[in-house]
Design a protein around this ligand. Structure first.
Ligand SMILES: CC(C)(COP(=O)(O)OP(=O)(O)OC[C@H]1O[C@@H](n2cnc3c(N)ncnc32)[C@H](O)[C@@H]1OP(=O)(O)O)[C@@H](O)C(=O)NCCC(=O)NCCS
Length: 153
């Protein structure tokens, strides 16, 4: 892990076309079934999707996405490079996303998370998400149930 980061040097902003390569690498490093480069190229062109990057001293540290689905925010692809974890970067990304959501009048948010992913579940619970359902064997590599979580206004 990188020693405690200086938060003054962390920038959270929307992904630009020039970030797509780095975001694709982040996705590959954090997920067993990563989205592809073309998926992120598509996001840059769309107004119903926001991908936020956390950049530390010019290097991508993390990112997360929200799809605006008829006024509900569907959060996905929350990822922080291993060496940057445990410093609340994911927390900051989520809070930045909620601010952008507020501008779009989004009040309810949902996401899916692996039932074994304790650090992610704790992160979401800290941010007001509550488990409302389970999809059995939703994930592969490895097989796992999905918790369906909601943060409602
Ligand atoms: C889930 C994830 C985004 C969290 O990112 P993060 O920036 O480390 O989040 P936080 O700093 O808020 O910390 C998460 C927890 O890990 C703990 N932690 C501390 N040091 C850590 C380290 N070196 N590595 C991992 N977790 C650490 C934190 O203390 C915190 O625990 P707590 O909730 O009990 O307080 C990150 O672990 C990740 O990218 N995982 C792989 C992808 C993934 O599973 N994404 C979620 C998909 S739904």
């Amino acid at each position: 892990m990188i020693n405690k980061i200086n938060l003054d040097d962390l920038v959270i902003r929307e992904m630009q076309a020039e970030d797509v390569d780095a975001v694709t690498d982040l996705e590959q490093s954090c997920f067993s079934m990563p989205w592809k480069r073309a998926d992120f190229e598509d996001i840059v062109t769309r107004s119903d999707r926001i991908y936020l990057v956390a950049v530390y001293r010019g290097e991508l540290a993390g990112g997360c996405m929200m799809s605006d689905i008829v006024g509900e925010g569907d959060i996905s692809n929350v990822a922080v490079y291993e060496q940057y974890r445990g410093q609340r970067i994911a927390d900051m990304l989520l809070k930045a996303m909620f601010s952008l959501g507020e501008e779009r009048s989004i009040v309810d948010y949902t996401l899916e998370v692996r039932s074994q992913n304790q650090s992610a579940i704790r992160l979401y619970e800290r941010n007001g998400f509550v488990t409302e359902g389970v999809r059995k064997n939703f994930y592969q590599k490895p097989t796992d149930d999905a918790l369906i979580m909601w943060k409602r206004s």
